[in-house]
Every structure is written in structure tokens, then in C-alpha cells.
Design a binder for this molecule. Structure first.
Ligand code: PLP
Length: 379
């Protein structure tokens, strides 16, 4: 679509030119990395180098980094095989009500299989404290799963401190972190969190959809989720997606080389919020977001799905919450205990370092017009 005004980078990002170029080049070199002849060995060598690139951005060794098909697969692998690894310890899991469906639905599935799950409830600001987590731990806790950056509010959870608290309680408890919205969006490399398992996804950072990774800390003997030909050191079978892997590494390199990206993203978010407050006085900020690329706002009493559709008709893309909710009210905003009119009108805005002031102005105009023309349940 021409003149697209896109403020939904947490749902997905456009493929960066560097990633598209690497993808096309890798498609042209079609060898299977597992084949034994020289032509295919080149593909294996490229995957090795790409793994080193992504591992470097994680701050980990390339032996700790495994490619998967997406963040959802990484979360499933970490949680399902993590609890299995600690089965003898117990069947209790701790997670939060803020997690993405990739974690929540996996936990619910495990509940059906006999696991017991404690869901930590956020406060009104969408935050979870270390103390809250510490009091939920039990002698039979097998695994903790906590996200780094919430995909709807941009709140950054205190994962590093939570890891310390969990390990002080019992070093055998596995800590999984869904860092799909945090990879290259927070200043510290992810391995510094100290978690045992960390999931990320390529399409949130300018790689195409269909590529993710799981960090498995050295010494954690996670079994594979997918068995078969023994790729990825026997831990994730399936012929390596060489082109997606090349694109993922290229996107990582491009992000890492752009040292002002976080500051630029935070600055355009701040500008957008101030323009929106000016143009639409009824707008309330649910959370300005700690992470530079996400914030949540609401037009109390309006229906966010209607606003999203009306803006979409003008080529302006925002989200009424996680794109995975398909029209259902956001479980994150509900868990925060927002009043119903705030829940109804909740919108997520998400940014790239290259989002412009002109785009922010266009969003402010479109939202003002929508608020003026649409029906509200409040007088
Ligand atoms: N976790 C979080 C926090 C997300 O925001 C998403 C996607 O929106 C996922 C997991 C799932 O990632 P993927 O789309 O790569 O499966």
C-alpha cells in the first residue's frame, strides 16, 4: 500500500534491505548444509558464521544458540522440555499474567497434563516485583517463565533480579525468558540476564517471518522438541532454513551497527505521545513503556477495533493489543485491572528508529478525526 503510516512494529517489521539481500544471496546457494560435498559445505559454513553473528549480539557462545522457526517454537521448546528436565524436582511452574500466548497457552496445555501453574498478577501499572516472584517459589518449582519486554505496554520486567532471586532460592529451578520484544531493543546483551533459556524471533528486528532462536545456557541439558535428522547439534532437527538464517544474521548486524537506534526510537515515541495528547485531549496514556519501541494509550469509551479499522482505511496501522488476539480484549490490560471504558479503547503503538515526525503527525490527525466522528459509550 502506498503512503502506509505504520505504527505496529511490535506485531512485525518490514524486512530490512540488508536482510533481503542476504536472503536472496542464500537462496541462490541452495546446498543442504548436511550434504557432504564442497558446494553444500559452503552453506554449512555460512550457517556457522551467521550463528556466530547472532550469538555475539546475545553475548553468548555460538554453541549456546540454536535456530528455530519462530519465537513461539522457541518458547514451546524451552518450557515443555524445561519442565521435563526438572520433572523429578516437581511439577510447579511460575509465570505471569502478562505473557504472550506462546507462553500462556503452553502453560495451560501443561496444566491439562497435570502441572500446576502460578500466574503472577501485575499491578495497575503492569509491573511484577521480585518479591512477588520470590513468594511464589516452592520446593517443587521446576521452571519460571518471565518475559523481558511486554508486547502490549512496553514495560520491562526485572528479569535479571528475578533470576538472582530464583537461583538464590534454588539453583536447580530453570529460568526461561521470552525476550521476543527485547532482543536488540534493550541496552544489555540478553545473556547478561543470567536466564537459562531465552527465546527471540527474527521478524521483530527486520528479518523475514519464519526464523527464531533459543539460547540454551551452557550446562543446561535440554532435550529437543523436534527429533529427526539431528541438525543443530541434535537439538533441533529439520534442514536448516539457510536463507532465513542468513537474513536474520544480516538484520542483527544492521541493528547492531546502528548505535543510535534505541535513542531515536525513544525520541519518536515521546514526540508521538505529545502530539497525540495535543491533538486528542480525550486520549489517556496507559503506559509510556520502558522499552523504547512500545507504548499503550486509550480513548476511554471508544471501541479500539473500530478505531483500528477506521485508521486502517486511511492507511494508518496501529494495534488494538497484541496482533495475536484476533479481536478479543487484551488479557494484559485486563490483568492490570483497567476500568472497562479504558479496556475498550486501548491501543498499542509501536515504533522503529526510522519512524518520522511526519508519520506521527499523520497518526495524530487520523486519531483526532476518528475520535470526532466515532460513537463513544461515554457522554
Ligand atoms: N513472545 C512475544 C512477547 C511476542 O510479542 C511474540 C509475537 O508477537 C511471540 C512471543 C511469538 O513470536 P513469533 O511470532 O515469532 O512466533
Amino acid at each position: 500500500m502506498d503512503n502506509l503510516i505504520y505504527f505496529d512494529y511490535a506485531a512485525t517489521t518490514p524486512v530490512r534491505p540488508e536482510a533481503a539481500e542476504a536472503l536472496t544471496a542464500a537462496l541462490g546457494q541452495f546446498g543442504n548444509p548436511s550434504s557432504r560435498y564442497g558446494y553444500a559445505r559452503q552453506a554449512a559454513q555460512r550457517v556457522k558464521e551467521d550463528r556466530e553473528t547472532v550469538a555475539q549480539a546475545f553475548g553468548c557462545s555460538s554453541a549456546e544458540l540454536f535456530f528455530t522457526s519462530c519465537g513461539t517454537e522457541s518458547d514451546n521448546w524451552a518450557i515443555r522440555r524445561g519442565v521435563e528436565l526438572n520433572h523429578r524436582k516437581g511439577t510447579h511452574i511460575v509465570t505471569t499474567n502478562l505473557e504472550h500466548a506462546a507462553v500462556l497457552e503452553t502453560c495451560r496445555d501443561l496444566e491439562r497434563q497435570g502441572y500446576e501453574v502460578t500466574y503472577l498478577k501485575p499491578d495497575r501499572a503492569g509491573r511484577i516485583t521480585v518479591e512477588q516472584l520470590a513468594t511464589a517459589l516452592r520446593p517443587d518449582t521446576a521452571l519460571v517463565s518471565m518475559m523481558l519486554v511486554n508486547n502490549e505496554t512496553g514495560v520491562v520486567l526485572p528479569v535479571a533480579d528475578c533470576v538472582k532471586a530464583v537461583k538464590a532460592f534454588d539453583p536447580a529451578i530453570l529460568f526461561h525468558c521470552d525476550a521476543v520484544q527485547g532482543f536488540l531493543k534493550t541496552p544489555e546483551p540478553l545473556a547478561k540476564l543470567g536466564a537459562d533459556l531465552i527465546a527471540v524471533s527474527g521478524h521483530k528486528i527486520g528479518a523475514p517471518k519464519g526464523i527464531g532462536a533459543l539460547y540454551v545456557k551452557k550446562g543446561v541439558r535440554l532435550r529437543p522438541l523436534l527429533t529427526g535428522g539431528g541438525q543443530e547439534e541434535g537439538l533441533r532437527s529439520g534442514t536448516e532454513a539457510t536463507a532465513q538464517i542468513a537474513a536474520f544474521a544480516a538484520a542483527v548486524r544492521a541493528c547492531a551497527a546502528d548505535s543510535s537506534r534505541l535513542e531515536r526510537t525513544a525520541a519518536i515515541k515521546e514526540y508521538t505521545l505529545s502530539r497525540l495528547k495535543e491533538a486528542v485531549p480525550k486520549l489517556e496514556v496507559i503506559d509510556p513503556g520502558d522499552a523504547p519501541h512500545i507504548c499503550a494509550v486509550t480513548l476511554p469509551g471508544y471501541k479500539s477495533e473500530v478505531i483500528v479499522r477506521v485508521l486502517g482505511d486511511r492507511g494508518v496501522c496501529v494495534s488494538s493489543g497484541s496482533a495475536c488476539h484476533r479481536g478479543k480484549p487484551s488479557h494484559v490490560f485486563a490483568a492490570m485491572g483497567l476500568p472497562k471504558p479504558w479496556l475498550d479503547g486501548a491501543l498499542r503503538l509501536s515504533f522503529s528508529p526510522d519512524s518520522t515526525r511526519e508519520e506521527a503527525d499523520a497518526l495524530a490527525d487520523a486519531l483526532r478525526d476518528a475520535a470526532d466522528s466515532l460513537f463513544t459509550t461515554l457522554s
